[in-house]
Design a binder for this molecule. Structure first.
Ligand code: SAH
Ligand code: SF4
Ligand code: F3S
Length: 441
């Protein structure tokens, strides 16, 4: 069997694309190797890239540099450059890295088997077109484990002024409900215990295109009705697209977990406007409060950007204040990174110096840690259901790790490997990033 090594640098969408590619490669007779020791470890090397920030883009290029050196001594080695950076750079990649055999953007993923055959035959191929290639029904090769993802919406039409995703993933579209439900059934038949519905903006499921009598709430109810014990999650939510129907569905459906990931990005209404987000501080706060009132033990997480162009110290303070006030349980944080094609990248005169951005990011992270520990402490003494995901030996002790319904990570000392089981756990301690638990007999 031929061997493939694939490295994934991006978000869950990007990881999900990797699983798609692995499914197609399986059909082409490739076996995945997880470790890349030297030039002979695999016949095909793939990098699935991300361009959300400059740092992630730089990583894509630096990783492939080493692979190019290997190729000098092994000319048959094939190298593929895929994902969001590939979608944007297209053929220019060949100029920068002449040793690349295939450049494939996000729109062409369904052509992947044909593209691989062409590079196997010695061709150099670039497929990073503007038009989407339709799904062809290849089975996805999901990473073994407890959790599986299903993409429900692709692309994004929001055009937040800092963000490259609408340019790398194209226009927003919803996948057919019957295809999603079938994938869910297959996943459950394979023994997975948790399904996460993915999209840049899952709340707008069905809004555009042919499935307008569907929405996220209806899709969730259909999945909730499938047989068996399993959990359902969904991410990411756009604040103002969260409907009362969706909140009610989460409350009433036993399998849907009590979690909302609702990126706020900034606590300043003026900055939000400049980001082209369609809400202000008050609107976002109201939504969070409403969810907290209605959904017991809910976890609400967010994303924030420090140092957006023109952000004043006072406006940044508003971000810290709102994070604290709303008791957001966890937030992803990043310093603003200009992305060439986006609107905000043209506001150079408003860019903040690197040291100010980094210093604000440190304070954002400190506030985040404070929120996390406070959120975790609330659960000490409680008994919670945990889905066990891993069993590892840590410093001579066997430890199970799993997550509660509301997505808290729990470490539980235990002698036996019971990965994939639902267990009741007494929470006996709280750290910043996880809870400590004891198995209830
Ligand atoms: N669709 C999701 C976010 C997808 S991108 C949403 O609308 O919230 C993931 C996160 O990356 C964003 O929430 C944002 O916080 C961050 N991000 C995006 N572009 C960025 C940039 N240019 N600089 C820094 N962070 C960025
Ligand atoms: Fe990017 Fe905004 Fe779309 Fe999220 S909603 S992917 S931040 S453009
Ligand atoms: Fe995801 Fe990065 Fe692309 S965050 S959508 S892989 S730019």
């Amino acid at each position: 069997m031929k061997k493939v090594y694939i490295e994934t640098l991006g978000c869950q969408m990007n990881k999900s694309d990797t699983e798609k590619m692995l499914g197609m490669l399986d059909y082409l007779g490739y076996e995945e190797v997880k470790e890349l020791k030297n030039k002979d470890s695999a016949d095909l090397l793939i990098i699935n890239t991300c361009s959300i920030r400059q740092l992630s883009e730089d990583k894509a290029f630096s990783r492939t540099g080493l692979w190019g050196k290997w190729k000098k001594n092994r000319p048959n080695l094939k190298i593929a450059f895929c994902g969001c950076v590939a979608q944007q750079t297209g053929e220019a990649v060949f100029k920068r890295m002449p040793y690349i055999d295939l450049v494939m953007g996000t729109h062409n993923i369904n052509e992947f088997p044909d593209l691989v055959k062409r590079i196997e035959a010695g061709e150099k191929v670039c497929a990073a077109g503007e038009t989407l290639v339709d799904e062809k029904g290849f089975e996805i090769k999901r990473a073994k484990g407890v959790n599986a993802w299903i993409t429900i919406t692709e692309g994004c039409d929001n055009f937040c002024t800092y963000c490259v995703v609408p340019y790398t993933r194209g226009r927003e579209r919803s996948r057919a409900p019957e295809v999603i439900i079938k994938e869910a059934k297959d996943i459950l038949a394979q023994g997975f215990k948790e399904i996460t519905l993915l999209g840049q903006n899952v709340d707008s499921y069905g809004k555009k295109g042919e499935y307008s009598d569907w929405n996220l709430a209806r899709l969730l109810r259909e999945l909730n009705a499938l047989e068996g014990k399993f959990r359902i999650r969904f991410t990411t939510s756009y604040p103002t697209d969260i409907t009362d129907e969706l909140i009610d569905t989460v409350v009433k459906s036993g399998k849907i977990c009590e979690c909302f990931h609702i990126p706020m990005q900034s606590g300043s209404s003026d900055i939000l406007k400049k980001m082209n987000r369609r809400y202000d501080k008050e609107t976002y706060s109201k939504i969070v409060k409403k969810i907290r009132e209605r959904v017991k033990d809910v976890t609400i997480t967010s994303d924030f950007i420090a140092g957006f162009p023109g952000e004043s110290e006072k406006q940044f303070q508003e971000t810290l204040d709102v994070m604290k006030k709303l008791e957001l349980d966890y937030s992803n944080t990043a310093a603003y990174s200009p992305r060439e094609i986006t609107i905000a990248a043209k506001w150079e005169e408003l860019f903040l110096p690197e040291d100010i951005k980094s210093e604000r990011l440190v304070r954002l992270n400190d506030q985040n840690k404070e929120n996390c520990i406070n959120s975790n402490k609330k659960y000490i003494g409680r008994e919670l259901e945990v889905l066990v995901e891993t069993f590892k030996n840590h410093k001579g002790k066997n430890i199970l790790t799993g997550r509660t319904r509301n997505n808290k990570i729990v470490h539980i000392p235990h002698h036996e490997n019971i990965v994939g089981e639902f267990v009741n756990v007494k929470i006996i301690g709280a750290k910043t990033w996880y809870l400590k638990g004891e198995l209830n007999k």
